[in-house]
Design a protein around this ligand. Structure first.
Ligand SMILES: [Mn+2]
Length: 382
């Protein structure tokens, strides 16, 4: 049996809300991961990208990873691919290079690489390509094809990638590959990049995104509450691939709460009672709804009641008169439909979609010309 720990998107060095504590949270969770890897007696660890939050990590981030590797003490074979966050621009040296005596980083130069290792008498092939952006899509597709045709004697093939796959991501134009472009003859597809947990069967094996190891953005709260966060432990035995979640307990809780402006103080007191005792004070996201809201007053009230009971709070004020925003649930919406629902006009929605396509890639000129075209047509009375 081959036992693999698969993790991704640890984003070492990330400092949510620019808070010292939030940076430490990320390192704290890494320590917990280290403990759990040892408990699980894994043979192989695969990190599928965005190990660091930046291609030029701070000393603190380097130090946290150094400590983590020291804890593993060479007990596992460690493989990684680079993510969009930790891949240097142009041909710079990736931060992983500092640890190249302990980890193997695959496919840094835009071509796939693979390593065959022997575990428990089985030959395991680990292949990987570091992140390639959409600009290099043809190369990525080509490399994936090569992997499909790779001649190997391996008993078990594993592929590590850091890309968004269309099937699991609602922003079609931000995806690098579609599911069917992946080779089908691998047993395990160790993906990174999407921060929510995803498990699916594909080809001759299982495909997963373990997701981020801490809550990096508020849109990850729902997924964390429902499924937890952490990494996967994967057992490969002959024809069987078994994927199990390992949940992390040291993640700082984040809570979303909706309060009405009319009963702000009462509802807030009620909420505070429910926070309960957490080892780490939570991050709280407050949404206040009502009429003619005094923003500063709300901030003062929240601050008076919440200080000392939460690490930090973020407030969103919603006036009743404001257009109601469509509710977004990760994984279940399509951006074109959302814009159509919101803007309630097919032609304007189309304009928004086209502009979004350009703006996502930083193409300001393209967006301008799309807008110009729209107004030309409008003037022409089309
Ligand atoms: Mn990423």
């Amino acid at each position: 049996m081959v036992r693999i720990v698969h993790l991704a998107d640890t984003h070492l060095g990330y400092k949510q809300y620019n808070l010292e504590e939030r940076e430490k949270d990320i390192y704290d969770v890494l320590e917990e991961i280290g403990d759990k890897i040892l408990e699980e007696h894994a043979d192989i660890v695969i990190h599928s990208g965005d190990l660091f939050d930046s291609p030029r990590p701070t000393t603190q981030a380097y130090y946290a990873f150094k400590k983590f590797l020291k804890r593993l003490d060479g007990k596992v074979e460690f493989f990684a691919v680079l993510g969009d966050h930790d891949k240097p621009k142009a041909r710079g040296m990736p931060p992983h290079k500092l640890f190249d005596d302990q980890i193997q980083t695959l496919g840094v130069a835009g071509v796939s690489e693979n390593q065959q290792i022997s575990v428990d008498g089985k030959k395991v092939l680990i292949a990987g390509i570091s992140h390639l952006s959409r600009t290099y899509r043809p190369i990525l597709v080509e490399e994936l094809k090569k992997l499909e045709n790779l001649k190997t004697q391996a008993d078990c093939r594993v592929l590590a990638l850091h890309e968004a796959i269309d099937k699991f991501f609602p922003f079609e134009e931000a995806c690098e590959i579609s599911l069917t472009e992946l080779p089908k003859n691998f047993r395990y597809y160790a993906m990174g990049h999407l921060h929510s947990r995803i498990k699916a069967s594909y080809g001759q094996g299982e495909l997963t995104y373990p997701g981020s190891t801490e809550i990096m953005r508020s849109d990850e709260i729902g997924g964390w509450k429902k499924l937890g966060k952490g990494f996967f432990i994967v057992d490969v035995e002959n024809e069987k691939v078994d994927v199990a979640e390992v949940n992390l307990e040291r993640i700082r809780p984040q809570i979303e709460v909706k309060l009405s402006y009319a009963h702000l103080t009462d509802e807030l007191e009620e909420f505070v009672k429910k926070i309960g005792d957490c080892e780490k004070l939570p991050v709280v996201h407050v949404r206040v709804e009502g009429k003619e809201i005094d923003r500063q007053g709300v901030h003062q009230t929240l601050s008076d009641v919440l200080t000392g009971k939460v690490l930090t709070f973020r407030q969103v004020i919603v006036e009743e008169s404001e257009m109601r925003l469509p509710e977004l649930r990760p994984g279940s919406f399509h951006i074109n439909q959302v814009l159509k629902d919101y803007l309630k006009d097919e032609k304007v929605a189309q304009l928004a979609v086209e502009m979004l396509k350009c703006l996502r890639q930083g193409d300001m000129e393209g967006a301008k010309s799309v807008a110009d075209g729209y107004f030309q047509r409008l003037k022409g009375g089309e």
